[in-house]
Design a protein around this ligand. Sequence first.
Ligand code: C5P
Length: 230
Amino acid sequence: MKTNPLIVALDTGDKEVLQALVEHLAPVVGAFKVGAYPFLLFGWDLVDYVHSRGSRVFLDLKLHDIPTTVANAIEVVARRRVFMVNLHTLGGREMMERASQVARELSPRPLLLGVTVLTSMETEDLEEVGIQGPVERRVLDLARLAQQSGLDGVVASPQEAKAIKEALGKEFVIVTPGVRPPGSPLHDQKRVATPREAVVAGAHYIVVGRPICQAPNPAAVAREILEELR
Ligand code: C5P
């Protein structure tokens, strides 16, 4: 595999822990995922810190707003040389097209990833907000719309990855969370796959948080995961 597929989720609000994780893991992993929680606490300082350690950032902000607002936000993110950023596909075609247009005018530009249906939602949750299930159908339809609208890929569960790859081709980037090394505790994840299973199913990148960040030696666990993928 050419690019390093391992993205570590930085989900802590403790600045010293964050710094130690980035310090130890930057030489090993492909990127760090920075979500709303650490970003709201530490802002661009955290992104700049990861960059200063020679690593890349997946900014997991799940943007969802009118097209102009999202396009403006994407421009700010792109100018910060962020590697990946995501937006909700339910924001619609125009929102995604405007975002991808803005990104394509900049170099380097972030990869734009669509969030389809949150994995915390099941068919009944979707129907409660007026969207007809089943979830798997909606995920595939939204992933297709994301591709037509110029997005580079989607965030998807390992269970969804295979169908997305088969329907939309192997160039369309798939990033999968819900990944657990063999024997690792599941925490609150329900439908999980091992790193190898996720990649075989079609994931280009895997997101792993607690199994690495809560380990006594995070870099050793990250190396083991990459070893399993060789
Ligand atoms: O610790 P763990 O490996 O479960 O962390 C997974 C990360 O991916 C967390 O930041 C979580 O919020 C995120 N995520 C997820 N499932 C999704 C989307 C994002 O677990 N469908």
